[in-house]
Design a protein around this ligand. Structure first.
Ligand SMILES: Cc1cc2nc3c(=O)[nH]c(=O)nc-3n(C[C@H](O)[C@H](O)[C@H](O)COP(=O)(O)O)c2cc1C
Length: 299
């Protein structure tokens, strides 16, 4: 049973809470900016993402403070000096990053408060965070205000001019970031964060070259399965050609199921679905198809 919430009936703080718990996880930009007097500022923003690769555009959003509707130093700085370094936050930096979000006065340099090391950038004035393994030197090309009330975001639209990448997070060939080596962290609702690591990373094959046959093409008994989930059906429906029975497919467990349940086709189907589920969980899509086709053939 679901409930609904009309956002117009919530206070600004409640809106923020519901939305931040729902739209998660969000990557964290640790933004380094500078004002026209040269004061450096460093603050984290999880209203942040990549929006275009050509041109290379990232956007983050310093909101008007919910408490007193004032502007954040980062926003004032990019209005004065339209440059920023976005330092990508990984797990090694998360506590210091949180510390840097304290509302220190404008003249206080959060690099010092949070204990991060200043590293000179090459194309823009704000410095980089040495500890960050990915840094983006950016030019601010537009600032779009989304409102005048407390909590209203301000889109800081940034063009990425140069990326700095620590070699320790590259793959063996040294030509791409190894997703297992950078332990990205992301923000969720309240005080919750998550950490990316090999225990929670998985791959989903991209169906962008060939067309998947689609859920509607799956046999009804498979589509209505109480054992296979939406994820399993999605894997089966992602093949580009409807598979046919392969007479050469020889599988001991399949033979056992067919023999054991030959007098009870309904139970056989269930058992085949259970076995197909195990195969799909191990990425063996074509084997799972053979198991399910054997069911229809015997049923
Ligand atoms: C992980 C993290 C993510 C945050 N994301 C945002 C955000 O997206 N937008 C925002 O306005 N404040 C965000 N904050 C709060 C700001 O970092 C905080 O208000 C900070 O004091 C702003 O600093 P400034 O006034 O020096 O710019 C976040 C804080 C943390 C710890």
């Amino acid at each position: 049973m679901s409930m609904f919430i009309d956002l117009s009936e919530l206070s600004p703080a409640q809106k923020q809470q519901w939305l931040q718990h729902a739209i998660a996880p969000r990557p964290i930009a640790l933004a380094s900016t500078i004002d026209k007097e040269g004061h450096i500022n460093l603050s984290p923003f999880s209203f942040f993402n990549l929006f275009s690769s050509n041109p290379p555009i990232v956007i983050f959003s310093p909101a008007r403070r919910v408490r007193n509707n004032t502007l954040k130093n980062t926003l004032e700085n990019v209005m004065e000096v339209p440059e920023v370094v976005i330092n990508i936050v990984d797990h090694n930096m998360v506590q210091q990053t949180s510390l840097s979000s304290c509302e220190y006065p404008k003249t206080i340099n959060e690099f010092e408060k949070a204990g991060f090391t200043i590293e000179k950038a090459s194309l823009v004035q704000p410095p980089m965070v040495k500890e960050s393994k990915i840094k983006l030197e950016c030019k601010v090309i537009e600032i779009k205000s989304l409102g005048t009330e407390g909590g209203a975001g301000n889109l800081v639209i940034c063009e990425v001019l140069r990326m700095h990448i620590d070699r320790s997070i590259l793959n063996e060939a040294g030509n791409m970031i190894d997703q297992q080596k950078i332990h990205h962290v992301a923000r969720l609702g309240g005080d919750w964060y998550c950490r990316i690591g090999s225990d929670n990373l998985f791959q989903v094959e991209k169906p962008n070259v060939k067309l998947g046959i689609g859920m509607d093409a799956l046999p009804l008994s498979v589509r209505k399965s109480e054992i296979l989930t939406g994820n399993h059906l999605g894997q089966l429906a992602n093949v580009d050609e409807y598979p046919t029975i392969d007479p050469a497919f020889d599988n001991e467990r399949l033979r056992e199921i067919i023999q054991y349940y030959s007098v009870n086709p309904e139970e056989m189907d269930k058992e085949l679905h259970h076995y197909a589920r195990v195969l799909l969980d191990n990425g063996k899509v074509m084997e799972a198809w053979q198991v399910l086709l054997a069911g229809s053939a015997n049923g």
